[in-house]
Design a protein. Structure first.
Ligand code: CP
Ligand code: NVA
Length: 310
């Protein structure tokens, strides 16, 4: 029997998810984290593939473990050993995924590639990071803030510092959808994607959030409740000594965080390049919540799978 198209839901970008759905996922994560056993049959008889064209530690392991804990089976694929690596198209490959699998989780370069796969199959497709977005990471970030009673705290100042990349784009979407203000501290040269900023205007108008871009790192960090950073060179980007030089003043170090609130929480999606975008002194300090942020990837992704397959 043919699967009904209307039942298919993907997770390609948070732009496709409503404020209500994101809030639901945050609350569902809370229950998944507390009552894991309740969810152990959600993926019974389901085979889900992980296809990674870029390295991964957290995303790959947390999805693999999460699928197992939900009672499903997981296949880890590598495009280099598949016919995609020899030029078979994404759309043809998607039709094959559709024949054998119940879902596919993909980390690749172009957002268009996962969109093509999603458009050519009836099974859920999950974005495990592209050059453009990293929505799974942001679910964990939002949940971690929620768990720390920060997400909906009146006047909470959240600052993202550094390179405007896939993680920042997804943070901007998530915060805007939820109506939460966000400050970006970065050099003028590395400000967020203009097309994305324009598309967020209409959502901001409805949700009431404000996005501030501040080119002075100390001013950006001033009185912050949370400071978040990510690598300066993302996977697939070219190393640039000029960029490292330009971003140096935005490094998360003791001096920078001294202008934030005393109990400022430090976040990083990891992997960290110690002594580049963040010092070990800060990453390993009492203020850092990066390890629980990473652990929460497991629970948020189990909640996402529960949402997609229930
Ligand atoms: N934060 C994150 O996605 O980590 P990995 O690249 O290790 O999956
Ligand atoms: N911006 C980083 C995130 C890694 C999880 C990258 O794309 O490499």
């Amino acid at each position: 029997m043919e699967k009904m198209k209307k039942n298919k839901k993907d997770f390609l970008t948070l732009l496709d998810y409503s404020n209500e759905e994101i809030n639901y996922l945050i609350k569902l994560t809370e229950d998944v984290k507390k009552n894991g056993d309740k969810y152990c049959k959600i993926l019974k008889n389901k085979n889900i593939a992980l296809l990674f064209d870029k390295p991964s530690t957290r995303t790959r392991i947390s999805f693999e473990v999460g699928i197992n804990q939900l009672g499903g089976k997981c296949l880890v694929l590598d495009s280099k050993t598949m016919q995609i690596g020899r030029g078979e198209t994404y759309s043809d490959t998607a039709k094959i995924f559709n024949s054998y699998l119940d879902g596919v989780i993909i980390r690749t370069f172009k957002q268009e590639s996962i969109e093509t796969i999603a458009a050519n199959c009836d099974i859920p497709v999950i974005n495990a990071l592209t050059d453009k977005y990293h929505p799974c990471q942001i679910l964990s970030d939002l949940f971690t803030l929620y768990e720390n009673d920060l997400l909906f705290k009146e006047g909470m100042k959240f600052v993202y510092m550094g390179d405007s990349n896939n993680v920042l784009s997804s943070l901007l979407i998530g915060f805007t959808k939820l109506g939460i203000d966000i400050t970006v501290g970065c050099p003028q040269k590395y400000e967020p994607d203009k097309e994305l900023m324009d598309s967020l205007k209409a959502i901001s108008k409805k949700s009431g959030n404000k996005i501030k871009i501040i080119n002075d790192p100390i001013l950006a960090a001033k009185d912050a409740d949370v400071i978040y950073t990510d690598v300066w060179v993302s996977m697939g980007d070219e190393e640039s000594t000029q960029k490292t030089y330009d971003l140096k003043p935005y490094q998360i170090n003791k001096n920078l965080i001294s202008s934030a609130k005393k109990d400022v929480k430090i976040m990083h999606c990891l992997p960290a390049h110690r002594e580049l975008e963040i010092t070990s002194e800060v990453l390993d300090s009492q203020n850092s919540i990066v390890w629980v942020q990473a652990e929460n990837r497991l629970y948020t992704q189990k909640a996402l799978l529960t949402f997609l397959y229930s």
